[in-house]
Design a protein around this ligand. Structure first.
Ligand SMILES: Nc1ncnc2c1ncn2[C@@H]1O[C@H](COP(=O)(O)OP(=O)(O)OP(=O)(O)O)[C@@H](O)[C@H]1O
Length: 325
């Protein structure tokens, strides 16, 4: 029995860590209004998942069900391998709600102290101060929150979400009140979390922000998953189309060196590799001109996440090439 238990424990220790979020068949109705219907997805450790969708699509309702703040009518949730009904499931989760308000008589330092105590985490004062510095509030640590602007309160909300060293961070519209520099800061912050293996679930209407930081995206529409996948899956592979005159075998070899090549008349399509660092196309064009080719057109062929989102929501599905014409 004992050896069996030990064996089972060893086998469990060898298993890969459970996903940060796993949910299946989530449903929520408010009266006759269906807010969420049959939503399933997961977020791996260290992965950044973006939740997109129009107003009322059900994003916040999904987040609240994941966090056990709203009871689903159907479906299951596991957070960091534990059921959402288990209070321990939330101890390693940092959450920035869409609507946040902190006690106006407290200082940021006191707000963080309170949250560290509530999370029963062992976070030293210096680390708490570092957390305030990370969100740009180091100089205001001793001021009363009541005098803070909305953006400063949102920064404090971020510090609260991060202070207890979470393994999963859920950010519901984290930059809605932030200035452009603050938005860049949050982007860097999300990438820093990811590099430490922290999973992030990001709900944002700022599609550019989602496109820059997210590994995968779930698009909700009228409470249902309308599309989901990695950015590469959703947006297609990146290609460049060139209209060229004066192309011979040597020039085709140069084009092929940039990626796999297809030709249709004087249009050449080069499929760029996934790890393209942004210099392939300028280098190619420079070489082509140097080789005496007349370059009439250079068109990138990759739809933006915004185009893709609009296509999904309007129920028309353009091909990557189709949007360029
Ligand atoms: N407490 C509630 N009582 C009644 N209806 C609700 C409640 N919460 C959400 N809803 C309804 O559920 C639907 C989804 O709302 P939800 O807030 O989840 O959408 P959202 O995608 O987060 O929207 P937004 O982008 O505007 O924040 C909406 O029709 C909303 O009116």
């Amino acid at each position: 029995m004992t050896s069996g238990t030990t064996g089972a424990a060893a086998a469990l220790a060898d298993l890969p860590p459970s996903p940060a979020v796993w949910c299946s068949g989530l449903r929520k109705r408010y009266g006759r209004q269906t807010a969420v219907e049959d939503v399933s997805f997961s977020v791996a450790r260290g992965e950044v998942l973006g939740l997109l969708g129009p107003n009322g699509a059900g994003k916040t309702s999904v987040i609240k069900m994941l966090l056990g703040l709203v009871r689903p009518d159907a479906g299951e949730v596991l957070l960091l391998g534990r059921r959402a009904s288990d209070p321990r499931s939330r101890s390693a989760v940092g959450y920035l709600p869409e609507l946040f308000r902190y006690q106006p008589w407290l200082t940021p330092r006191e707000v963080l102290d309170l949250h560290v105590r509530l999370a029963k985490a062992d976070v030293r004062a210096s680390e708490r101060q570092e957390c305030l510095a990370l969100v740009g509030l180091a100089d205001r640590a001793g001021d009363r929150v009541g005098g803070f602007s909305k953006g400063m309160q949102q920064r404090l909300g971020l510090a609260v979400a991060l202070v207890a060293r979470p393994e999963l961070v859920v950010l519901d519209e984290p930059t809605s009140a932030l200035d452009p520099i603050g938005r860049v800061d949050v982007r860097d912050l999300v990438l820093a979390l990811k590099s430490r293996g922290v999973a992030v679930l990001l709900n944002s209407h700022l599609i550019g922000e989602v496109e820059r930081v997210c590994d995968r995206v779930v698009i909700l529409d009228k409470g249902r998953v309308a599309a989901s996948g990695t950015l590469a899956e959703l947006l297609g592979q990146r290609e460049v189309r060139l209209r060229l005159a004066g192309v011979d075998g040597r020039i085709e070899d140069r084009l092929r060196a940039a990626g796999s090549l297809t030709r249709s008349g004087d249009w050449f399509t080069v499929q760029l590799t996934a790890d393209d660092d942004g210099v392939t196309v300028p280098d190619l064009v420079r070489d082509l001109v140097g080789l005496g080719v007349a370059v009439h057109a250079v068109e990138p062929v990759r739809i933006s996440l915004e185009e893709r989102l609009l296509a999904v929501l309007r129920h028309d599905e353009p091909t990557a090439e189709g949007t360029q014409r």
